[in-house]
Design a protein around this ligand. Sequence first.
Ligand SMILES: C[S@@+](CC[C@H](N)C(=O)[O-])C[C@H]1O[C@@H](n2cnc3c(N)ncnc32)[C@H](O)[C@@H]1O
Length: 215
Amino acid sequence: MRELTQKDSKVEVTGTEAKYYDTLMNIITLGTYPSFIKRAIKDLNLTKGESILDLGCGTGRNDCIMLKYIGEEGSIAGVEIGKEMKEKFLENCDKPNIKLIDKRIDEPLDLDRKFDLVFISFVLHGFIQEKREIIIENAKKALKSGGRFSVLDYNEFDVDNSGFFTRFAIRKIECPLAEDFINRDWKSILGKSGFSKFEEKFYFKKKVRLLTAMK
Ligand SMILES: C[S@@+](CC[C@H](N)C(=O)[O-])C[C@H]1O[C@@H](n2cnc3c(N)ncnc32)[C@H](O)[C@@H]1O
């Protein structure tokens, strides 16, 4: 396989796709996205008062759900660069304890506070490995000691031996970086970056995983 570059990525969502991103996700997943994401966020085991950093927060759909668990005493900071995504986020998350940080997550990120949880949902697969490592480093730096890093993204699986729909989605709809992500051992990668105590939850017939590790 040829060497992948960041130009192969589709992770920067803009224009019409960004404006209708949540609806598109509902359609692509045949209407199952709302119940899936509610379940995945429940599986984060959030508690009242926690602080969350959401890397590549998109429209803020996930943040609105997370807010129900952390309450008014908790807080969320979403990091995002997409113009339309930022507009949607501000529209959807107009709450005093949710703020938007207009910065890139794939460059060293200096934040003025630490968080209980760093969450990244369907973002990490869209970067070349070098940039994924910068993002992981950003997550580690932003966490309190004992804080959790939760990656909601594709699980590791054998794409060749998957059903037609999965192969089509990964090889024709997704960017090539997604298959590269699927082929890597993420517990080992996060372990080498200093994370431990892994917990996993699976969705969509184990094609999607919520991988949580502790700093
Ligand atoms: C596939 S969407 C996922 C959005 C959201 N996390 C979700 O699960 O609905 C990827 C998001 O990451 C944002 N993004 C891509 N590259 C980024 C970067 N370098 N820095 C910050 N955000 C980025 C995109 O604009 C987009 O909103």
